[in-house]
Design a protein around this ligand. Structure first.
Ligand code: ARG
Length: 466
């Protein structure tokens, strides 16, 4: 890059140089260089429109579009040297364009301001991020469904208050996370929809005197509409806040799964074994195998939520229209997207390599009186009022507990002693499979219901290749 270290987009009215500390505080190139592809695409569309509208000559427009193409190539080849003195990505691109094509470069910024430019770039970046995130969530959902299918008969304790409650299918439990991820994908689609509105044409804040055609620029760039109010166009960052909320909730969901994997992999639970590839050891305790990947996924939730809070705090109290505070919108967005994508990418293979231990789950099901509800329902079905049935089942639990037995280990005469309506068929009812399979209500844990849900998920998440 030739010497353009002093290239400024705004030097005209200044007589003194920028203070070095101001230059450092002001510079956003350190992070907004990530917008280079969006910045160049948007500038190419803008220049082409200026040419079509006769605002600049077709020759200049063509030279700009071509020159920007070269800038893109150079950036991707790592040939551009980023300089704090050149402030931001917009300045870098324009400065390099000027070196390549000379005078026509000065016409690119006609009918445009960095205010509508940066809003356009970030919206484009967010739109693309939504697509990547959707793909990451899809692969995560597929990993959950694949794991569920591989263990579609496995029964585990279902919990409330983290106390063993009723038996459920492991597949049912995993499908709950597929649902969460499905809602996360809907939120991202919604965020994409509102991000896909073009700010260009708003210029600095009030619109422009040139006869621009933003609709054609929108169509070229993949926007579905044009901002209806120029002040809003340059100052709105709702799309960034929405993305950050969608990401925070996504990360909260991942964190909940991570927490379960951590619990389940303890010696106390022993329900699963995490692959060595996603665990670490201890430098002092040789026996340790720590679920670090899951812990980091849980831990990074604070950071993503922090970015949402940062974004909303930046927006709070900002007068219309553009304010430099808005430059603080980018790092939270970039880091939240990176973080969630990384976590999704790790979770998929973590689930693929997860070793499920049905035996440990089965003994936990056995040990927790999870069939007490079944016993109460059984009595109620024989005409005992439910309140009384609940009481009798409670006494059965007490009796079994005193002898460290399970409900199915009480004898028929012991049961007869508790209630004369109890017959031999009670032992069938007390089996965990029975408890699971009777729950055929919509969305329940019965084998038939869950297998239908799995089938439906497979159809939905693996559509015949489009
Ligand atoms: N780097 C700035 C940002 O990210 C670009 C817009 C600057 N606009 C201005 N009027 N100084 O917001």
């Amino acid at each position: 890059m030739a010497d353009n270290a002093d290239y400024k987009l705004w030097g005209g009215r200044f007589t003194e140089p920028t203070h070095a500390l101001m230059e450092r505080l002001n510079a956003s190139i350190g992070f907004d260089k990530r917008l280079y592809a969006q910045d160049i695409a948007a500038s190419q569309a803008h220049a082409a429109m200026l040419g079509r509208q006769g605002i600049i000559s077709q020759e200049d427009a063509a030279a700009i579009v071509q020159g920007l193409g070269q800038v893109l190539t150079e950036i991707e080849a790592g040939q551009i040297q980023w300089r704090a003195g050149l402030e931001d990505i917009h300045t870098h691109v324009e400065a390099r364009l000027k070196e390549i094509i000379g005078e026509p470069a000065g016409r690119l910024h006609t009918a445009r301001s960095r205010n509508d430019q940066v809003a356009t770039d970030l919206r484009l970046w967010v739109m693309e991020a939504c697509r990547h995130l959707d793909q990451g969530l899809l692969l995560y959902q597929r990993a959950l469904v694949t794991l569920a299918e591989a263990h579609d008969q496995v029964i585990m304790p279902g919990y409330t208050h983290l106390q063993r409650a009723q038996p459920v299918l492991l597949a049912h439990h995993l499908l709950a996370y597929v649902e969460m991820a499905g809602r996360d994908r809907q939120r991202l689609a919604d965020c994409h929809r509102r991000a896909a509105v073009l700010p260009l044409g708003a210029a600095a804040l009030a619109g422009t005197t040139y006869s621009v055609d933003p609709a054609s620029v929108a169509a070229q760039l993949g926007f579905t509409g044009v901002c209806a109010n120029s002040l809003d166009a340059v100052s709105d960052r709702d799309f960034a806040a929405e993305l950050l909320f969608a990401l925070t909730l996504t990360q909260v969901h991942l964190s909940r799964l991570a927490e379960e994997l951590i619990l389940w992999s303890t010696s106390e639970f022993g329900f699963v074994r995490l692959s060595d590839a996603f665990s670490t050891g201890s430098s002092i305790m040789p026996q340790k195998k720590n679920p670090d990947a899951a812990e980091l996924i849980r831990g990074k939730t604070g950071r993503v939520l922090g970015h949402l809070v940062a974004m909303l705090t930046v927006l709070k109290g900002l007068p219309l229209a553009y304010n430099k505070d808005l430059q603080e919108d980018k790092e939270p967005v970039f880091d939240a997207v990176d973080t969630v994508l990384d976590c999704l990418k790790v979770l998929a293979p973590m689930l693929e390599t997860l070793e499920v231990r049905p035996g440990a789950m089965a003994s936990a099901v056995k040990g927790g009186f999870l069939n007490a509800t079944e016993l109460a329902d059984y009595l109620a079905a024989k005409g005992v009022p439910f309140r009384q049935a609940h009481e009798i089942a409670g006494r059965a639990v007490r009796l079994a507990e005193s002898g460290q037995r399970a409900l199915e280990e009480l004898s028929i005469s012991e049961y007869k002693g508790l209630s004369s309506v109890i017959e031999e068929d009670v032992f069938e009812v007390l089996k965990p499979e029975h408890a699971v399979n009777r729950r055929q209500s919509p969305g329940g844990t019965a084998g038939v219901t869950v297998r239908a849900a799995l089938k439906e998920a497979r159809k939905r998440l693996w559509p015949p290749s489009a």
